[in-house]
Design a protein around this ligand. Structure first.
Ligand SMILES: [Zn+2]
Length: 153
């Protein structure tokens, strides 16, 4: 099964590309080792500002609009999806404890709205511990970026 496969889903890719085009720099699938041995891989991580972005699939993460009740094999999917959602919440709490800002976006959110939400979160994180300014946030877009991991496309 591919239940927990980390994948470059399309909405996630679109968001990365949009942020990249705007000059934002981030890590993708960056593994964070949190207290208690909990490992979390945000889809997009701004490590200097400690903003973790997740693009949640409507099905896997039980979106209230589209994720409702798999018709077949409810006995199988029901508990599985509940576990996914529970794990999301535990991960969120662990991230917040570690000083991260968590941004969760449903995959159905329009790209402009998703980008806006991320930028708002980045802007809101001010500068404690990062007074020199953004290391992984807005850089002038016309500066040649080093080769990044955002090489798809
Ligand atoms: Zn949805």
């Amino acid at each position: 099964m591919r239940a927990n496969r980390r994948a470059d889903t399309k909405p996630e890719l679109a968001l990365r590309h949009a942020l990249h085009r705007l000059g934002y720099r981030y890590r993708k699938d960056y593994r964070l080792d949190l207290d208690g041995g909990r490992r979390v891989r945000p889809d997009i991580a701004f490590t200097a500002r400690k903003v973790a972005v997740f693009v949640d699939g409507c099905f896997w993460h039980a979106c209230p609009e589209h994720g409702s009740k798999p018709r077949a094999n409810e006995w199988y999917w029901g508990p599985k999806l509940i576990r996914n959602v529970e794990r999301d919440r535990v991960n969120d709490a662990a991230l917040i404890l570690a000083g991260w800002t968590v941004v969760r976006l449903w995959e159905h959110v329009p790209i402009d709205e998703a980008v806006g939400t991320v930028i708002t979160a980045l802007t809101a994180t001010g500068a404690p511990g990062n007074p020199a300014g953004p290391a992984d946030a807005a850089e002038p877009p016309n500066r040649i970026p080093p080769a990044t991991d955002d090489s798809l496309g």
